[in-house]
Design a protein around this ligand. Sequence first.
Ligand code: ADP
Length: 170
Amino acid sequence: MTVAVYPGTFDPLTCGHMDIIERTAALMDKVIVGIYENPGKRPLFSLGQRVNLVEQAVAGLSNVEVKAFKGLTVDFIHQEGGRIMIRGLRANSDFEREFEMALMNRKLAPDIELLCLMTSSQYQFLSSSLIKEVAKLGGCLEGMVPTHVAVALQEKFSAPVGLALGKDEV
Ligand code: ADP
C-alpha cells in the first residue's frame, strides 16, 4: 500500500493545497495531510482550527486522513508507515526552499522519497499569506479558498470578505 504524507502549515487551507491533495489522492492508496504547529510562522489559526478546516474539506475523499504533528516531518512520516513526502511547487517561489529541505530530509531519512507536484496554473499565485492579507482587507476570495475557509477568515477578521457563497469548490 502506498502511503503519502503531505505536510504543511495550512494557515489556512487554500484551493491550491486542495488541488495537490486531490491529485495525490488519485495516485496513492492513502494520503495523510500532516499539519504542523509551526509557531515560527505565528499562525493565524490554531492547530486545532487548521486541522478542522482541512478535515471539512477532505470529508468526501475516502483515502485522505488529517493529522496534527510536532517535531521532524520525517519522523512523522515514519510513524505513519509512509515513505513518500508530497510537496506542491509554484514557479519561482518554492523550488530553492524545497530543494534545500529535500536534501536535509534525505540526510535525516534516506528511505523517504520526495514527490513534488507542480501547481495547477490557476493557483500559481495563491498562497496562505496572500489570502490572509486579502481577507483582512475585505477582498473577495471566491475560487481561492473553500467556502468554509472563507467563512472562518471572515469570522477571524470580523469584517465582510465579499464572498459569493453560492459556489462550493470543495
Ligand atoms: P509550509 O509552511 O510547509 O510551506 P504551506 O501550508 O505554506 O506550508 O504549504 C504546504 C505545501 O503546499 C508546500 O509544499 C507549498 O509549496 C504547497 N503549496 C502552497 N500553496 C500552493 C499552491 N497555490 N499550489 C501548489 N502548492 C502549493
